[in-house]
Design a protein around this ligand. Structure first.
Ligand SMILES: *Cc1c(COP(=O)(O)O)cnc(C)c1O
Length: 408
């Protein structure tokens, strides 16, 4: 059963606000859309980039659909194991972590990915037989937000393609076992041609290694945030990249596995953030709608300047007016400026779209507020998958002022 705005309203009454709601059907349909687009590739693997939304129930949902997991920290690896993923289905693609952490993850049986020459050389010297994937930076500007574009020349991510000769020398000297090549050109790829161009660079790099088992093309698929927004044409990308990938496999002489690691694509549109309007405040220049939340719960508008579509689900048919939607944090905390929303009254519930990816997972306790509850909408019903926090959570681990006897 498809989730309706009135279902969201009912969930906010049942579970309180603010609240995160995720639609299981939408996650499933996005997953299926991606696998279908690449159905011509014999060995396809999708690793969900869990940093987007790491609730254990979401991890379990995707595990059940056959997804693998893309992780960027040892804690994410541990969460994945806890959620029921076998180590072979977990992939570890960190940036700038210590050799010790990489060794620990390797010991758990998880595929590691190394993104700099220094660690590669140290790891290779110590563990020549371990299958390793390397992250290449193809230096392709994939468009989108400067904070999340990671393929450009100044980026800290990956080993530059220009360092390939040095990379090959390290691999030969240490006799390490390179089984995969990885790239992740960053979020918000606007243009399929750019992606295909980066893929050619990856193929070129791959030709230097004889024992590959997979090529990992990362992610960066763009999802629509507003009406008429551009989104990555997955079907078109599937058609073109599958063809090129299969040609490359023929040339390479082996059927490699094609890996993607989408976060946003799988969960962004499945998420709704619900918040209640505490106060409507008319000033000389605008009408503020102040909600019972802030950038502590949804930081993307303040951090990335992203625009989340906002609906007044308490008054969907109301006359539209212009509002500035703001949070309760004691500094500038704006969700939307000059936004057309159907007339807002105090107590109304606003629904923010695209709240599945990088929303709860980036939430904090700033201003000593509790993090919201999370609900999964599945089979026509809302299921609590994380209770909202309580005062206990705020003081957990805090010791208080040390009790030191006064010096005489
Ligand atoms: C964050 C990240 C992803 C997911 O990016 P999305 O834009 O959310 O799809 C994939 N791979 C790596 C290595 C990442 O760091």
């Amino acid at each position: 059963m498809k989730m309706q705005p009135k279902d969201l309203l009912q969930l906010s009454e049942q579970f309180g606000s603010p609240l995160y709601v995720y639609d299981a059907e939408k996650i499933k349909s996005q997953y299926n859309r991606l696998t279908k687009a690449f159905s011509k590739v014999e060995k396809l693997r999708i690793n969900y980039a869990m940093k987007a939304l790491s609730n254990v129930a979401i991890l379990q949902l995707l595990e059940g659909m056959g997804s693998g997991l893309d992780t960027v920290s040892i804690q994410e690896v541990q969460l994945g194991l806890h959620a029921g993923y076998s180590p072979e289905r977990i992939f570890y693609t960190p940036n700038g972590v210590s050799l010790e952490e990489i060794e620990e993850v390797n010991a758990l049986g998880v595929q590691i990915n190394i993104d700099n020459l220094s660690i590669l050389e140290q790891f290779g010297a110590k563990h020549p037989n371990v299958p390793v994937c390397i992250r290449i930076n193809p230096h392709v500007m994939a468009g989108g937000n400067a904070n999340i574009s990671v393929g450009h020349i100044d980026s800290k991510f990956g080993i530059s393609v220009h360092q390939l000769p040095h990379l090959v020398r390290i691999v030969e000297n240490t006799k390490m076992n390179i089984v995969g090549i990885h790239m992740h050109t960053g979020s918000d790829i606007l243009d399929i041609e750019v992606f295909l161009y980066a893929a050619e660079i990856l193929f070129d790099a791959a030709r230097h290694f004889k024992d590959l088992e997979f090529l990992d093309f990362g992610s960066g698929f763009k999802v629509p945030y507003k009406k008429d927004d551009i989104e990555t044409d997955i079907e078109e990308l599937g058609k073109k990249l599958s063809k090129r990938f299969n040609e490359f496999c023929t040339e390479y002489g082996k059927n490699l596995t094609l890996i993607f690691e989408p976060g946003k694509f799988l969960v962004s549109e499945a998420g709704y953030f619900l918040a209640k309007v505490n106060v409507v405040k008319q000033t000389t220049s605008t009408v503020f709608a102040g909600i019972d939340s802030g950038f502590n719960h949804l930081i993307r508008p303040m951090f990335y300047g992203s625009s989340h579509h906002i609906e007044n689900i308490s008054n969907p048919k109301g006359k539209e007016r212009f509002y500035s939607v703001v949070g309760y944090i004691c500094e500038t905390d704006t969700f939307a400026n000059n936004r057309r929303i159907s007339e807002i009254n105090e107590g109304d519930i606003l629904s923010f779209r695209n709240a599945g990816a990088y929303c709860f997972s980036m939430a904090s306790n700033y201003n000593s507020r509790y993090k919201p509850a999370e609900v999964l909408w599945m089979n026509g019903q809302g299921h609590l998958i994380r209770a909202h926090e309580t005062f206990e959570d705020l003081i957990k681990g805090q010791i208080g002022l040390p009790q030191i006897a006064d010096a005489q």
